[in-house]
Design a binder for this molecule. Structure first.
Ligand SMILES: COc1ccc(Cn2ccc3ccc(-c4cc(N)[nH]n4)cc32)cc1
Length: 238
């Protein structure tokens, strides 16, 4: 899968993608990430990308021309790609949308604005406008990295452990269970006995109960379409 990122801060993207799961997927050739500096698609000597908003108001707005020139440059190879604009006003990004992007798109262009946003006319050239949450960031780059990271984790072979992506919380419809590792006793804080028992059936049940308990407490909105067994466990918790 190929990601092409349009931004005025390429170093934000380039720094992050070298590490962790993304770094490994890049080294395996499962993923390719190309970053384009929008300033390279300007036509003035100052490489200007923003201007004052028509109609007045605080802050600056990013001009359409660099986005248009960059998008036309990418489209010149006539290969299909999904163009995604990051924005606080976009469609909410979820694990389900990450799965959809992974399944449907061989290549994605992630368009990152800054300042108070970008000229509305850029939207005529994009397929999706996506928000990663109900909070305002300073630009689209972090949102682009969230999308890249969550989509790459879903690509078969990217994690090196097929179960991880499938086992990831949200995939199952509820939050994750608690995790523990050595030491067994840290300043009197002990690992739950059941996890030391070696009884895998008991451990699985304990983990399911804990996951449902966490979900009931923090994200009851996720508790839909539970299996009869999960519903029974949930009722015991209430
Ligand atoms: C009040 O209106 C504003 C509008 C934009 C901004 C800063 N900004 C500029 C481009 C850009 C792209 C994405 C995002 C973003 C995405 C999510 N989920 N939160 N924030 C933020 C962005 C500040 C304020």
């Amino acid at each position: 899968m190929k990601f092409e990122v349009l931004t005025i801060f390429p170093e934000i993207i380039e720094c992050y993608i070298k590490h962790g799961v993304l770094g490994k997927a890049l080294n395996k050739g499962i993923v390719e990430v190309k970053v384009y500096n929008l300033r390279d698609f300007t036509s003035d000597k100052h490489k200007k990308v923003d201007d004052y908003p028509y109609g007045g108001g605080a802050g600056m707005v990013m001009q359409i021309e660099p986005f248009y020139n960059a998008i036309m440059h990418l489209k010149a190879d006539e290969k299909p790609r999904k163009l995604v604009l990051l924005s606080p006003q976009g469609r909410k990004f979820t694990q389900k949308l990450a799965q959809k992007f992974m399944e449907e798109s061989k290549a994605m262009v992630l368009i990152c604005g800054r300042y108070e946003g970008i000229d509305e006319r850029v939207k005529a050239f994009v397929d999706e406008e996506v928000s990663i949450g109900d909070y305002v960031l300073s630009g689209g780059e972090l949102a682009a990295l969230v999308i890249i990271d969550s989509v790459v984790r879903l690509i078969p072979g990217a994690l090196g452990d097929e179960l991880s992506a499938v086992e990831d919380s949200f995939m199952k419809g509820f939050l994750d269970y608690p995790h523990y590792t050595r030491p067994e006793d840290f300043k009197g804080m002990k690992v739950p006995e059941v996890l030391l028992s070696g009884d895998h059936k008991k451990i699985a049940l304990w983990r399911k109960r804990q996951a449902l308990k966490n979900t009931l407490k923090n994200r009851p909105d996720l508790l839909k379409n539970l299996s009869p067994e999960d519903m029974r466990i949930l009722k015991e918790l209430c």
